[in-house]
Write a protein that binds this ligand. Structure first.
Ligand SMILES: [Zn+2]
Length: 231
């Protein structure tokens, strides 16, 4: 049976996989022609309440608050479907996709989910179908909760995702171990931004990445310097 993925990526690798410099928002409707992207967190101090159901294939993802420039305390305001101007919010786009799916029996919106594990460490959970949403009172105001189910389309799309292929060869347990060992910093200069999992020997020269000892954290600058040296 299909299972949710747990592919560990650095923040930089996640952005590279989505062809973007930064991921500013948690909800990204139609990040590209093929799918939407959401960033989830199950940490207790996370700003939103997201969870994976015990069935192991369903994610409940909370909608987002009114932007800060519209309210002094967005956490006390109902999550909006539209801005005062009438423009749809990300919540609104996701709701519209659910309604279209239900009404036209069309394909559900495909959503790629990443989960934040630590600062700078993300886990790719895979591709999900956006099948439903509900409005829930969280004790203070109304919030949206979106229901996403692991999609069967996942594998076809993964083949197209070339950028992830090379980093995918490093097992997630190894990446966790490396991140811990290198303390979330570039081993050469100590930088904690723009990190990649780097393998000592390029795969093309027979390098293996199955062991943590062959993998290290490098920042983009040191990584670039390294490839200069090889050529
Ligand atoms: Zn560095």
């Amino acid at each position: 049976m299909a299972k949710i993925l747990d592919d560990i990526l650095s923040y930089r690798e996640m952005c590279d996989a989505e062809n973007t410099q930064t991921m500013q928002r948690g909800m990204n409707f139609r990040m590209n022609l093929a799918y939407s992207v959401v960033l989830m967190s199950q940490k207790t101090n996370a700003p939103y309440s997201d969870k994976i159901y015990p069935d192991g294939i369903t994610v409940e993802y909370e909608g987002h608050d009114l932007p800060k420039n519209y309210s002094e305390n967005p956490k006390l305001e109902n999550q909006p479907e539209k801005l005062p101007s009438g423009k749809l919010t990300q919540n609104g786009y996701f709701i519209r996709a659910v309604e279209e799916y239900k009404k036209n029996k069309s394909r559900p919106e495909l959503v790629k989910i990443y989960e934040k594990i630590h600062e700078g460490v993300w886990s790719l959970k895979g591709y999900f179908d956006l099948i439903d949403y509900k409005v829930v009172n969280d004790g203070r105001r109304n919030v949206f909760r979106y229901i996403l189910k692991l999609s069967e389309k996942e594998e076809n799309l993964d083949n197209q995702n070339l950028i992830l292929n090379h980093t995918r060869l490093i097992p997630s347990e190894v990446k966790r171990e490396v991140w811990k060992r290198d303390q979330g910093k570039c081993v050469l200069c100590g930088e904690s931004k723009n990190l990649h999992f780097d393998h000592d020997l390029p795969f093309s020269k027979g390098g293996t990445s199955l062991l943590a000892v062959n993998v290290r954290l490098l920042c983009a600058k040191c990584n670039l310097r390294k490839s200069d040296k090889i050529e």
